[in-house]
Design a protein around this ligand. Structure first.
Ligand code: PMP
Length: 357
């Protein structure tokens, strides 16, 4: 049987599926509602891209005030998670619920995962974390801050405590940091801690089509992870386009600030609705839980929204075994344009009111 040639861990793996019903209001993937003009590029199509993305890394280094050798470029940060787990490996600590790819990639590479539940506020449960670290001698930990899909930022001091107490590589995934108004990025702490790595992506700030992510950290560690990077992982067009677009900092900031303003409005609107619990967010999405005593199932709500041409992300589980947990009956809605958000709130209100009749 040719199926027997597939590794057992891959056979057992549940594929990461991206639903795509043809809705015109797409609030499911944490993209920005604001894109940028691409411009025209004179690129030699017969030549491979610059393997080291030298100009782009130099450009970013200048912006971030770090050395280019401290930056690794990825085809999206997903690829960097893959490289981290390939070069460093497990056991890997994954405070849960969080971004699903940490677990999926660890599983596909056969690396051991230590799933540690977050506390009631979706913050790091320090006793559980430090115990898991002490007992299992992990090499790596992923901390999504702000956390996807819960939207909150883990308490700064708790993350620092892990960096200081644990002898492991701490990856602070700052995919959503541009939307946090706390002003406490871990990039500023890089010179202080050699075991700290910070991951950033351009996907959430209007450049998802380019597939560009960056890992920032100690030169030696970045150099080691760079050894497993595929030679031409970021294409020429993405390298050139990113520099052109990022140079216009004002436009980037305008998009981010518009999303932050709309997020706060959306939060206020959702908080007025009976039958859902809304969680505060530092990101470009909001988590909410359906709470109408079973008279409207999460499945039914999802389908009714799709019938109204609106797609949001239905969540479930998020517990240690994945089958049930704190995300049951939860949804994650990405902040869209004012018009999209208004359409979503109107539809959700209508569905809830119809149910309560
Ligand atoms: N980290 C987190 C926390 C995310 O939510 C995502 C995207 N959903 C990623 C990383 C991956 O982003 P990308 O591969 O588009 O850079």
């Amino acid at each position: 049987m040719i199926e027997d040639l597939i590794k057992p861990n891959i056979k057992a793996l549940k594929a990461y599926t991206i639903e795509a019903p043809p809705c015109s209001i797409r609030l499911d993937a944490n993209e920005s509602p604001y894109g940028f003009p691409l411009g025209t590029f004179r690129l030699p199509t017969n030549r491979y891209p610059d393997p080291g993305a030298v100009s782009l890394r130099r450009f970013l280094a200048g912006k971030l005030g770090i050395e280019p050798e401290c930056i690794l470029h990825g085809n999206g940060s997903d690829e960097l998670i893959y490289y981290l787990l390939t070069a460093i490996g497990g056991p890997v600590v994954i405070p849960t619920p969080t971004f699903a790819m940490y677990r999926i990639i660890a599983e596909s590479l056969g690396e051991k995962q230590l799933i540690v539940p977050l506390d009631e506020q979706f913050d790091l449960d320090m006793d559980a974390m430090l115990e898991a670290i002490e007992k299992n001698n992990p090499k790596l930990i992923f901390l999504s801050r702000p956390n996807n899909p819960t939207g909150n930022s883990f308490t700064f001091g708790r993350v620092v405590e892990i960096i200081e107490k644990a002898d492991i590589l701490v990856v602070v995934d700052e995919a959503y940091q541009p939307f946090s108004t706390r002003g406490d990025s871990f990039v500023d702490l890089l010179p202080r801690y050699r075991n700290l790595l910070v991951m950033r992506t351009l996907s959430k700030i209007g450049l998802a089509a380019l597939r560009l992510g960056f890992l920032l950290g100690d030169k030696t560690i970045i150099g080691a992870i760079n050894k497993v990077r595929l030679p031409y992982n970021v294409n020429s067009l993405s390298q050139a386009a990113a520099i052109g677009i990022l140079e216009d900092e004002q436009s980037i900031d305008k998009g981010i600030n518009a999303v932050i303003g709309e997020r706060d409005k959306l939060f206020a609107e959702l908080s007025k609705l009976k039958g859902i619990k809304v969680y505060p967010s530092d990101a470009n999405f909001i988590l909410f839980k359906l709470d109408i005593n079973g008279s409207l199932s999460a499945d039914a709500l999802h389908k009714k929204l799709i019938a109204d041409d609106i797609l949001i992300k239905k969540l479930a589980g998020g517990g240690q075994n994945g089958s049930s947990g704190p995300l049951d009956n939860c949804f994650r809605v990405t902040v869209g344009t004012p018009k999209e958000n208004a359409a979503f709130v109107t539809s959700l209100r209508k569905i809830i009111e119809e149910t309560n009749k």
